[in-house]
Ligand binder design. Structure first.
Ligand code: AN7
Length: 349
């Protein structure tokens, strides 16, 4: 991998994914590429989870992207395209991560940004990011599905670029994660992934297909927000995994087609199962992801991996995104006066 494309732009280290995968993406090197050097994320072997499911399980740590989620893969492409095509402002509906990523890339690209989020239902870290990056943050008295419908209508009336995953460039960017997995592992038998709006699972499938690979897709939804499992819309989705609190996925058909083509499955995991996996990952594997991401691991712990021998779990977002849930799910701190004897007792228990 050549560091040159970044050096040209005054950066160092690995190139962003548009430069890395330029031959597979609808961009030219001369386009006004907006990058924070996203992609090329760690892939770590999860020894304890591997033991529990009886297969080799790898974690694709998408929380290591610049804004802490996989959304950066799609957003660098969507914002680059918007800028190239002359847009001045981008907009999205979001359960949080898309908003944080859109806000960051818009700031980077010198574009305006507005985000519509469900009031009171997005994790604190994501809200802080969107605000810090200077987005106009609109708290909708409604859920994600209503927000998406509204921004779709709004962008029909105004020249504002929609950067939700209904935007084809988002999938183009996100497919690169699937390509990275095949490049790194050579082969994999199954992919476990949380599913909300169903853009990411659709994008992974696109990436796998492009490199001639067909792992089984295991998609997992939260039980209180599982329209694809139930086969019908969920009017009032509810789950502790606020990122996937979605009742009417935009990429419904494509995701189900991908699932069928891959001989995969879509299943539901309860909030308790999600939180068990969330704590296990942090305490036993040293990997802190957000609750929605833990649905992928909760799913394989619950349903197994069939005949698969090598599996990748996509950990879509960083644990720091949602400090409130983390604090609720973990132990308490030990108070201590500033005296050696007391510290000794506190440390040694
Ligand atoms: C951590 O940010 O929909 O199935 O508006 O943030 O492609 O929707 C987030 C989704 C999984 C589900 N994990 O991905 C948004 C948003 C995390 C997420 C998903 C999301 P999709």
């Amino acid at each position: 991998m050549s560091p040159e494309p970044c050096a040209i732009r005054g950066g160092h280290g690995h190139p962003g994914l548009i430069h890395r995968f330029l031959d597979r993406l609808p961009f030219e090197a001369s386009d006004p590429i907006v990058t924070l050097q996203e992609g090329s994320t760690p892939l770590v072997l999860a020894e304890r989870i591997s033991e529990r499911v009886g297969a080799e399980v790898f974690l694709k740590i998408e929380g290591a992207n610049p804004t802490g989620s996989f959304k950066d893969r799609g957003m660098c492409c969507a914002v680059t395209a918007a800028k190239r095509d002359g847009a001045e402002t981008v907009i999205c509906a979001s359960t949080g991560n898309t908003a944080a990523s859109a806000a960051a890339y818009a700031a980077r690209g010198g574009l305006g940004c507005a985000v519509l989020v469900p009031d009171g239902k997005i994790a604190a870290g994501k809200l802080a990011q969107a605000l810090m990056h200077g987005a106009r943050v609109i708290a909708l008295k409604g859920n994600f599905d209503e927000a998406l419908e509204l921004v779709r209508e709004l962008t029909q009336r105004h020249p504002i670029a929609l950067v939700n995953s209904v935007n084809e460039y988002r999938l183009q960017g996100q497919k690169t994660a699937g390509i990275e997995l095949v490049e790194e592992l050579g082969t994999l038998d199954a992919l476990a992934i949380p599913v909300g709006n169903a853009g990411n699972i659709t994008a992974y499938w696109k990436g796998f297909q492009e490199v001639g690979h067909s792992p089984r897709l295991f998609g997992f939804q939260a039980a209180g927000a599982a329209p694809l499992v139930l086969g019908h819309r969920v009017e009032r989705p509810e789950t502790v995994a606020s990122a996937i609190r979605i009742g009417n996925p935009a990429r419904w058909e494509e995701a189900m087609t991908a699932m069928t083509q891959s001989a995969g499955r879509i299943e539901a995991v309860t909030d308790d199962e999600i939180l068990d996996a969330y704590r296990f990952l942090a305490a036993e594997e040293g990997v802190f992801c957000e609750p929605a991401s833990a649905a992928s691991v909760a799913g394989i712990l619950k349903f197994g991996v069939g005949e698969a021998q090598r599996v990748a779990c996509v950990l879509t977002g960083h644990g720091l995104k949602d400090p409130q849930t983390a604090m609720e799910q973990s132990g308490s701190v030990v108070p201590c006066p500033p005296e050696l004897a007391a510290v000794e007792k506190a440390v040694l228990g």
